[in-house]
Ligand binder design. Structure first.
Ligand SMILES: [Zn+2]
Length: 215
């Protein structure tokens, strides 16, 4: 287990103090040493570096990344030091807070698209109520497209709607409507089936570019 205080050169703050402290959820929080397993934190650092490089320069420099925690003594990937809860990213000219997904969908999808290039498991706003206020990121599954993973299907449906003009229901279930919208979008983009790992990565790149252009 290693201790880290920043990711991609940006300080990571804890923002789950009581609201009345002024350092609660949605604020920039306060510095805290976080712990995690070395290889996971290195991958997270690479992922955040790529996220910050993809965000349009017009939002200004990233100043604080907020988190609800990494290693925590509990079962699951947090207990292994192989999970991180991303609450938000504060730029000089933009506050990205995951709970604001309904009013900031494109930015949210841009961040998620880049994260998905690095991690197989990202639990998101539409996955369940517990994950509305953060991205849960872990390396318990490999990067790639998987039509039976609810969080991945929710991401795909939101990406198709918000970035590529589809008007499909976001329900986390991969049915004929989603399949048709995906097929049309991939044809438009000139990308082959996303079941091929390289095509999935290309789709994520194109999604992030489209999302941040609209954000
Ligand atoms: Zn988590």
């Amino acid at each position: 287990m290693i201790t880290f205080r920043d990711l991609a050169g940006v300080p990571v703050h804890y923002d789950r103090y009581p609201k009345e402290s002024g350092f609660g959820y949605g604020t920039r929080g306060k510095p805290l040493p976080f712990k995690g397993e070395g290889a996971f934190i290195e991958a997270l650092d690479r992922a955040m570096t790529e996220v910050l490089a993809a965000v349009p320069a017009s939002f200004g420099a990233a100043e604080v990344i907020t988190s609800a925690g990494a290693y925590v003594s509990k079962p699951g990937y947090h207990g292994l030091g192989r999970a991180f809860d991303l609450d938000g990213i504060f730029f000089a000219g933009k506050e990205f807070v995951t709970l604001n997904f309904p009013s900031d969908m494109q930015f949210y999808i841009g961040v998620e698209a880049v994260l998905r290039k690095h991690f197989g498991t990202i639990l998101n706003y539409d996955y369940d109520l517990a994950h509305r206020d953060h991205f849960h990121i872990d390396n318990g599954s490999s990067v790639g497209w998987n039509k039976v993973s609810k969080s991945r299907v929710c991401f795909l449906q939101n990406a198709l709607n918000q970035c590529f003009g589809a008007g499909i229901q976001v329900d986390g279930a991969y049915g004929p409507e989603t399949e048709k919208a995906l097929k049309l979008t991939l044809e438009d983009l000139g990308i082959g089936t996303i079941g091929v790992p390289a095509n999935w990565l290309t789709f994520l790149d194109r999604t992030a570019a489209a999302a941040f252009k609209l954000a």
